[in-house]
Design a protein around this ligand. Structure first.
Ligand code: B12
Ligand code: SF4
Length: 621
């Protein structure tokens, strides 16, 4: 029988009882701008892992990004699949345990393959839920598993996501994506992806030209399909660390003469190898940079000082998403707040604060087990749903109650918002500075950048009106007023469209607040793509707006699903809820990164709880 492959993310809905409220399909809203209410940036991110896999095997393949249980069952029933691959992380392993019995029931002949960073869990926890486990670069693994040619080069898929939605306003443009490589050689003690690949870097793009041309190629395809692509995300743990490749990329951009708009990840160590102007020429408007903690002592923090680096980047219109970690053993409450002050002085456009925690396979995991530092309840039955950076798993020398760290984390997000305000305006301020400094620059590429930044800045005008009306503090209100004045002063008076949008923004704010409070339209929608199947090869660019859920995913269906889910949660809250499983090997035994588990000839036996879930699935039908 020839192979037919289904690749899927875990199922929606997210945020059910016992699940971390950060565990969803969005980066900004769930983790970064979570305290910013309706000002929060909304952008559902598809699971690029399954896009890379689908693009690079020969078998006909379907991908499902964020299906509901019903949608998954429909696909399994009708698809005739020989293999089903699931991407998951540790915090969504409970969803895998719900999905596997469905696969066994509705596609009983299909082999189940688990992949993604959830596979750092040991075989004794995972093996009964899978026929194969991929703990390496997945394209090679999947080709081997399907008996395909493993020597073909890896191709980048056309896998755009919707552009960011602000106050419910969705620009009809998409953002392109390229993963330049996996893993990282910096080897920070807690870092799952670095140790997943044994601190080695696995490049998908060996040259800067490949990165550049892949970006242009995905945009060309979007344009051919009649959709505007107004920026790109480059996934690579530390793009700038690969100096030769990044420099070649810069040469290509210079040669092309067009100002690109990019978001990417860069450590101080990597970024310090380039000047701010070079980073601006490459096209970076936003760089995710790790602040961690002043005394964290990681190699990646070495280079220019934070104030020097940030002011250099801001002066050319490059904003920062700055991530901080709390819960390091050296930190007391006072240390955390003084480090937070340093971070606030940098005025990042976006701030993320996570609690220090340990994934299996990392040196930090080994260390906390050796020191017996896991909290008692985590030793007995760890709640993997909270392996999300928003729960304190350890005893800490300076905090009698570990939960106190979680309270500080909440306070940090709130304080960040109260002081610096909505992120769209913080970023607009940086882009305005870039516009002001570069509009008469002798370098034509940077002058083009200035013009592009001017457009972005003007699109923030409506947000200033909403912020003046609904700011979390007087300081933020004053910032919003000043920004509005400066935008008008530097980029020109409001046109009729600006007036209409600015007048409508407070109403959009209230509508977004109500939808959130009622739990309506907050889940992602299903994106289904077909490859080498039914004459299709991937989704059309404008189909990706469905990911944003709400009206884009079919308002009637979304409302029915949301109301049913709200009711289910209302009932579930009133029932005793445990949610912890006996998964003690995760917190009691050191786990060096286990190896991949190839396909076994016959299915592995299901555990009792798997069968119970199967019965439940049948009942739910
Ligand atoms: C983009 C991203 C997201 C996006 C998209 C989610 C997604 N599932 O892709 C969003 C913002 C939604 C997200 C959310 C979360 N994320 Co996230 N995310 C990432 C990020 C930055 C990039 C992932 C990516 O797209 N890489 C590019 C693709 C091409 O590579 P890849 O994923 O590594 O896939 C390759 C292999 O791993 C393998 N593979 C992967 N899946 C499969 C499946 C099969 C069947 C096979 C055979 C192989 C295979 O093959 C691929 C090709 O080689 C990574 C960090 C990183 N740099 O990898 C974190 C990361 C995956 N996220 C992480 C976490 C913790 C989360 C959250 C729990 C955070 C939170 N606080 O809520 C949520 C969970 C959400 C959810 N529903 O699962 C952790 C996972 C750690 C772990 N061991 O569990 C990571 C590693 C970050 C970190 N360093 O801690 N995330
Ligand atoms: S620099 Fe970032 S990606 Fe690299 S090892 Fe450290 S935490 Fe991981």
């Amino acid at each position: 029988m020839s192979n037919k492959l289904l690749l899927t993310s875990v199922m929606r809905p997210f945020g059910g009882p016992g699940e971390g409220d950060s565990v969803g399909a969005e980066l900004f809203h769930a983790q970064v701008t979570r305290a910013q209410g309706p000002f929060s940036l909304r952008q559902v991110i598809r699971v690029w892992a399954i896009d890379y896999l689908a693009e690079n095997v020969e078998a006909p393949t379907v991908t499902l990004h964020y299906p509901s249980k019903k949608e998954l069952i429909r696909e399994l029933r009708t698809g005739g699949y020989t293999h089903v691959g699931i991407n998951f992380v540790v915090a969504t392993f409970h969803k895998v345990r719900e999905m596997v019995p469905l696969i066994r029931r509705y596609a009983p002949k299909a082999k189940i393959i688990l992949g993604g960073y959830g596979t750092v869990l040991p075989d004794e926890v995972l093996a009964t839920w899978a026929d194969a486990i991929c703990r390496e670069e997945g394209v090679g693994f999947l080709r081997r598993t399907l008996g395909e040619d493993v020597t073909r080069p890896v191709r980048h898929p056309h896998a755009p996501i919707p552009s960011v939605q602000v106050l419910g306003f969705q620009l009809r443009a998409v953002v392109g994506h390229v993963t330049a490589g996996l893993g990282c050689s910096n080897g920070c003690d807690f870092c799952c992806t670095s140790h997943f690949f044994q601190q080695k870097y696995v490049p998908f793009s060996k040259s800067g030209r490949d990165v550049y041309e892949s970006l242009l190629e995905t945009r060309r395809r979007a344009e051919e399909e009649g959709t505007r692509m107004n920026g790109f995300i480059v996934i690579d743990e530390d793009f700038f660390l690969h100096r030769r490749r990044a420099r070649e990329f810069l040469d290509c951009v210079r040669e092309g003469g067009e100002s690109l708009s990019l978001m990417g990840f860069g450590s101080v160590r990597g970024l310090s190898q380039f000047t701010g102007r070079e980073i601006a020429e490459m096209g970076f408007d936003l760089v995710w940079n790790a602040f961690e903690g002043t005394n964290a002592g990681y190699r990646k923090q070495q280079g220019k000082s934070f104030p020097e680096l940030y002011s250099e980047l801001k002066s050319v219109g490059c904003g920062q998403l700055t991530s901080m970690i709390i819960g390091f053993p050296y930190q007391t409450e006072a240390t955390i707040w003084s480090e937070f002050e340093e971070l606030m002085a940098l005025e990042p456009g976006l701030t993320q604060c996570l609690i220090y925690f340990a994934f299996p396979g990392t040196p930090f995991h080994e260390q906390v087990i050796a020191e017996g530092r896991y909290r008692r309840d985590f030793k007995r039955a760890p709640d993997l749903r909270r392996w999300d950076g928003f729960a304190m798993h350890f005893e800490h020398p300076s905090f009698e109650k570990p939960e106190a760290v979680e309270a500080i984390q909440r306070a940090i997000y709130e304080e960040d918002f109260k002081r610096l305000g909505p992120s769209p305006l913080r970023l607009a301020r940086v882009w305005l500075t870039g516009y002001e400094n570069l509009r008469n620059d002798p370098n034509p590429l940077l002058r083009k950048r200035a013009e592009r930044l001017r457009e972005d800045v003007r699109s923030a005008l409506p947000v200033t009106t909403a912020a003046i009306a609904f700011a979390p503090s007087d300081a933020v209100r004053a910032r919003a007023r000043q920004l509005r004045k400066d935008i008008i002063r530097l980029t020109g008076a409001l046109g009729p469209e600006d007036h209409v949008r600015s007048a409508g923004a407070p109403a959009m704010f209230l509508a977004a607040r109500a939808a959130r409070a009622l739990g309506l339209g907050q889940q992602p929608g299903l994106l289904r793509t077909e490859h080498r199947h039914n004459g299709r090869d991937g989704a059309k660019s404008d189909e990706v707006f469905r990911l944003q859920g709400g009206a884009a995913a079919g308002l009637g269906r979304v409302l029915v699903e949301d109301v049913a889910e709200n009711l289910r949660r209302f009932v579930a809250k009133r029932l005793p809820h445990h949610g912890r499983e006996d998964l003690a090997p995760v917190t009691t035994k050191p786990q060096p990164m286990p190896r991949s588990l190839p396909l076994a000839p016959s299915p592995r036996p299901m555990r009792a709880c798997g069968l119970a879930a199967e019965v439940e699935a049948a009942a739910a039908e």
